[in-house]
Design a binder for this molecule. Structure first.
Ligand SMILES: Cc1cc2nc3c(=O)[nH]c(=O)nc-3n(C[C@H](O)[C@H](O)[C@H](O)COP(=O)(O)OP(=O)(O)OC[C@H]3O[C@@H](n4cnc5c(N)ncnc54)[C@H](O)[C@@H]3O)c2cc1C
Length: 474
């Protein structure tokens, strides 16, 4: 291992970091917001069950047929409510991003996919079973008669089929076989699935009958979610892109297959972007305009410029270094809570590998710390092959952060994030950073690397709130 320690102030642990300080108010505020949103989510599920009970649902469990039908109605209501929650989680609403971060919101969105689908499949199965039992026919005859006699049912079945396609293509093993754009196109069918299922909810059964409060509530839910999606996924990004007029100003190739792109625009401080955040960018040039990709800021944002550093991993990222100066750029964002605002402890530890150095560098530049208050750990195969290392060394010297370059091959086994000889010598995050307990650790790099650093931090006893990571995959 090469353990190259460059520091302006490696010295002893600063006095301020020896005693745990109270959790920062910003963190408490974020947790309050997260609690409120979670309560709203649980309340929305409770409310749809209340709608069923208020309609006399509790009395509808007398016969086997009624019981099946009632279970079918409840599973349908709760499943549809969860679908709406999932759509909100993906709608990039500022309060959701502030409370959970884009990563966690999308992870929750993904986790809810299967339960929502199972509930809606249950809705179809129980209702068909209930109606068949009531009419004393078999389930196939009942399904066929539903298709023929209820005009909105074919659309409802189409919605269910589309939803199944969306959930199946989102299973990790299946998803990996798709290009991102292909997967995303299938995923968008989820919106169509929800849309085509609405008519049968309003026309079949009495719960959401015309003139009832339940119907107004249900419609308000759908309209609210639709308004949130249109506003935050379309209107806000379009307005911001037009207002800030971003263009490519400079492209600098910093290593084979890696380039930094500086984008200039107007009044960028109004975006209130922070070092460590990412945007979803669309470059309006030939071959690139039809796809949008997330890239993190690799420098602290200024009032007239933003910078990203891109590693070629596929067609778009390989083409980006060739975009012409003056190319228009539209964007969604800023997103994410991989920022100093999420910090809870006095000391800052930044750990990066590969292109993960991009958000780490902007975080280092913009984070609030006194000299001696931050440690940067750069992991690479050999000293000098970290991207942006010259800038990071200069920033560490200027800001008084301790820098450790951890260079060397990975151990063949064991899942350590450290070079083989460091892992063999049982060096850990806690050995490298004596004040780890009083630190917030920010990690960005390849998935296995990030997982290993997070494991190391957890086994050193660091609570979840002090561990932050950004994943570059979907
Ligand atoms: C929050 C976040 C921040 C990122 N920041 C950076 C950064 O600062 N620098 C950098 O070089 N890379 C970053 N990435 C990764 C970058 O988005 C992908 O490398 C890029 O989108 C690849 O696109 P492509 O067309 O070149 O490759 P493709 O061949 O389309 O894909 C290559 C890989 O990139 C991923 N990918 C593709 N499109 C997307 C998308 N729209 N959303 C999420 N993942 C996608 C897929 O996992 C795929 O395996 C970030 C990713 C995320 C999710």
């Amino acid at each position: 291992m090469t353990l190259d320690t460059r520091s302006t102030r490696p010295g002893p642990t600063p006095a301020a970091t020896r005693v745990p300080t109270p959790v920062r108010p910003a963190y408490k505020k974020r947790m309050r917001l997260a609690d409120t949103l979670q309560t709203l989510c649980v309340t929305s599920v409770a409310l749809v069950i209340a709608l069923f009970l208020a309609d006399g649902g509790a009395a509808d469990f007398g016969t086997a047929a009624d019981t099946l039908t009632s279970i079918g109605i409840v599973t349908g209501l709760v499943g549809s409510d969860l679908l709406l929650v999932m759509m909100l989680l993906a709608a990039r609403l500022p309060p959701i991003d502030r409370a959970f971060g884009h990563d966690s919101a999308m992870a929750l969105h993904q986790q809810l996919g299967k339960p929502a689908l199972y509930l809606l499949l249950g809705h179809a199965v129980f209702l068909i079973g209930g109606y068949a039992a009531a009419e004393n026919v078999n389930v196939f005859a009942e399904t066929w008669s539903m298709f023929g006699s209820l005009p909105d049912m074919p659309l409802a079945f189409l919605g269910l089929a589309l939803l199944m396609a969306v959930v199946v293509t989102s299973l990790v093993v299946v998803r990996r076989r798709f290009r991102y754009e292909a997967w995303h196109a299938v995923h968008l069918l989820g919106y169509l699935a929800v849309l085509v299922s609405i008519p049968h909810q309003l026309s079949v059964g009495g719960l959401l009958a015309e003139g009832t409060i339940a119907r107004y509530y249900w419609l308000a839910l759908y309209l609210g979610v639709a308004a949130a999606i249109v506003t935050y996924r379309f209107v806000v990004p379009i307005v911001r892109s037009l207002r800030h007029r971003l263009v490519v100003d400079r492209v600098e190739r910093i290593a084979p297959g890696v380039a930094s792109l500086t984008l200039t625009g107007r009044a960028l401080n109004r975006l209130r972007a922070d070092g460590g955040q990412f945007f979803i960018w669309r470059f309006w040039s030939h071959g690139l305009w039809w796809q949008a990709h997330p890239f993190s800021l690799s420098a602290a944002p200024t009032n007239d410029s933003l910078r990203i550093t891109v590693r070629a991993l596929g067609d778009a990222s390989a083409d980006l270094p060739s975009v012409a100066r003056g190319t228009r750029v539209s964007f969604e964002g800023p997103y994410g809570i991989f920022t100093d605002r999420a910090r809870t402890a006095p000391h800052l530890v930044l750990v990066a590998a590969g292109i993960g150095v991009a958000p780490i560098r902007s975080l280092l530049e913009s984070a609030d710390f006194a000299p001696g208050g931050a440690t940067v750990l750069l992991r690479s195969h050999s000293v000098g092959d970290s991207y942006l290392s010259t800038e990071i060394i200069e920033l560490c010297q200027r800001r008084g952060a301790e820098l450790r370059i951890l260079a060397g091959q990975r151990p063949p086994r064991g899942g350590s994030w450290l070079p083989a000889d460091a892992a063999a010598a049982r060096i850990t995050l806690a050995t490298l950073v004596p004040q780890l307990r009083y630190s917030d650790v920010y990690v960005c790099g390849p998935r296995r690397f990030t997982d290993a650093v997070v494991r190391d931090a957890r086994s050193a006893g660091l609570p979840t709130r002090q561990i932050h990571y950004e994943r570059f995959d979907w």
